[in-house]
Design a protein around this ligand. Structure first.
Ligand code: SAH
Length: 436
């Protein structure tokens, strides 16, 4: 209940955040139904003097708000909601800023903290802030259609109101490449109708047209509606502001109107309750876990000694750095070559210093199919705090030091080679020194 005296405590301008002890609860109240709201969310809404929220959200919790001061804001007034929450807390009030699902997921928790921090608030100031987590749309929607998120998944919002489309497109593409199950938030609105069509086009480049898709509208609300479809038909379905789209990965299947993504038990067990496959162990990584993947790369390298590191990387659709990592696990040389990762460029600098003055090196750089090979010696290679600078017959080659993520050393009977790779695991250049 809001007494007049409370209401008239200092105006915003007069209030000093350090002298009062208001509180801001950032509350996610779940998908919409009371049963799916947490006890903590109920408790803090009960405690609040003021409840602030987007008008649709306020409607969803209106029976909890009897005697409270309620501040409704429009959809685009998000920052206003944060400022209002802070202003009210500065007046010593207990404020609940409410939103559906989890308030930290595409919600008001982030902007509120940003507004507070920008105003000089700190966590130990007298205004306390608590984020109350809630069931987010993706888990609510997943529960209604079966178990589509049982393996690695990600969420992507198709809203380009605050995120540039190329960023969204790149994330869709990465998720598609990574075979993640994808939950699309904000898939479509009255004005934003093209994004879902574009998303579908990108996904179809990587994923089968038959990939199961579930579109859940208004989960756990009065107008709840579920549609099952496939990726090629997704954008023709009825999708709106209150829909979440769940797109399966390459092993997701539909059976009996249930969308299931297997957890992978079938990789280890002959049937779900039965015996373990030969060679596998309960509680241990799979045969195709990391260690075995390394073994697999090395086995292939042994069988194809004529293949370069780059060719092996291509074969496994991975980077050279992953091949080097596999090689490094071996205790002895493979195909006569031992690989070791140097700690950093400084270690390479030491090695360089210990090489004889007139010992010739070969520098190799390839860029978009052009191979540069040059002979150089110690004095033409200078390592500064910023760059590795090489001078070959008046041609200057400079590699920025912060582009180099790893330096690998490969030693064989005839030569030692150092490969510099970038953070994506791709080769920037290599330097070889041959034994005389
Ligand atoms: N904080 C919210 C997400 C807000 S973004 C949460 O954690 O769930 C708004 C988007 O969430 C909508 O466009 C829709 O994609 C999804 N969404 C929110 N509530 C939903 C519901 N009850 N059913 C289906 N999707 C929902």
């Amino acid at each position: 209940m809001q007494s007049n005296t409370q209401k008239s405590i200092k105006t915003t301008a007069e209030a000093s955040a350090s002298s009062v002890s208001g509180k801001i609860y950032l509350v996610g109240f779940g998908p919409g139904s009371r049963e799916h709201m947490t006890q903590r969310a109920l408790d803090v809404i009960n405690k609040a003097d003021v409840v602030i929220g987007y008008s649709t959200y306020i409607r969803l919790v209106k029976d909890l708000l009897d005697d409270k001061q309620v501040i409704r804001k429009g959809m685009t007034e998000e920052i206003d909601r944060c400022i209002e929450a802070y202003d009210q807390a500065k007046q010593g009030k207990v404020v609940a800023l409410v939103s559906s699902g989890d308030i930290g997921i595409y919600g008001m928790a982030g902007p509120t903290y940003e507004v507070l921090l920008q105003s000089g608030w700190t966590p130990d100031s007298s205004i306390q802030v608590e984020v109350v987590p809630g069931t987010t749309a993706l888990s609510a929607c997943a529960a209604l259609v079966g178990a589509p998120l049982t393996h690695d998944f990600c969420s992507i919002s198709l809203s380009d109101l605050l995120t540039p489309w190329p960023v969204i497109a790149r994330r869709i593409e990465s998720a598609a490449k990574g075979d993640f199950v994808i939950a699309l938030y904000n898939p479509k609105s009255g004005r934003r109708t093209g994004q879902i069509v574009e998303a579908q086009k990108i996904l179809l480049r990587y994923r089968s047209a038959q990939t199961p898709v579930a579109i859940v509208k208004s989960a756990y609300r009065h107008k709840q509606n579920i549609q099952y479809t496939t990726l090629d038909k997704m954008s023709e379905c009825d999708i709106g502001m209150l829909s979440t789209v769940l797109i399966g990965n390459s092993s997701t299947f539909m059976q009996e109107q249930l969308m299931i993504t297997p957890r992978g038990y079938a990789n280890k067990y002959k049937d779900l309750t039965g015996e373990i496959h030969e060679g596998e162990k309960a509680g241990r990584s799979l045969n195709m876990g990391l260690a075995s993947w390394y073994n697999c790369v090395i086995e292939y390298a042994r069988q194809h000694p004529e293949h370069s590191f780059a060719e092996i990387a291509d074969y496994f659709n991975t980077t050279e750095a992953s091949v080097f990592s596999a090689w490094q696990q071996e205790s002895g040389p493979v195909n006569g070559m031992a690989v070791r990762q140097l700690t950093d460029i400084t270690e390479f600098e030491h090695i360089l210093n210990n090489i004889e003055e007139n010992q010739p090196f070969i520098l190799k750089i390839s860029y978009r199919g052009v191979e540069l090979k040059a002979r150089l010696n110690k004095s033409s290679c200078v390592i500064t705090p910023d760059v590795i600078a090489l001078n070959v017959n008046n041609l200057d080659v400079e590699i920025e030091r912060n582009r180099v993520e790893h330096v690998w050393e490969m030693v064989s009977d005839s030569k030692t080679q150092w490969v510099f790779s970038d953070f994506e695991g791709n080769r920037l250049m290599s330097i070889e020194v041959h034994r005389q």
